[in-house]
Design a protein around this ligand. Sequence first.
Ligand code: DQA
Length: 150
Amino acid sequence: MADTPPPRPIVFVLNGPNLNMLGLREPEIYGSDTLDDIAGMLEDRARELGVDVDVRQSNHEGHLVDWIQQANAERAKAVLLNAGAYTHTSVAIHDAIKAVNVPVIEVHLSNPHRREGFRHVSRVGEAAKGTVAGFGALSYLLALDAAAKL
Ligand code: DQA
């Protein structure tokens, strides 16, 4: 009997507040792709890379904390995290990233450093392994490539 293949490594892709509005929300900044479109692109790229992706979105800070802990408990390969506005404010998400071993890669569609001053601080980036920002939907794909190589 053939051996069952080992499970593919999983990468959690966590999205914070208002990212469910992609496609409608300020398209001149965030582009016209919806979050479902981005999830589809990530699934295609994941197949090529030999990993699985689990794409989630919540408007609630605590859900993001729970999912970072879950990714760690389930020995995910990495977390791609676009925490939306919580990027700039959330000590709880910063602490969650610090509390776990799973590498967390910060992702942004826009380049926050080119925008309002309040976006120049990143509580996520201070704890994350690395950051990909400013490339629209491509930011997620570049981050997935990095995650697969970790
Ligand atoms: C964002 C940048 C954040 O400043 C903003 O609050 C978002 C989206 C981005 O992907 O460019 O919600 O994370």
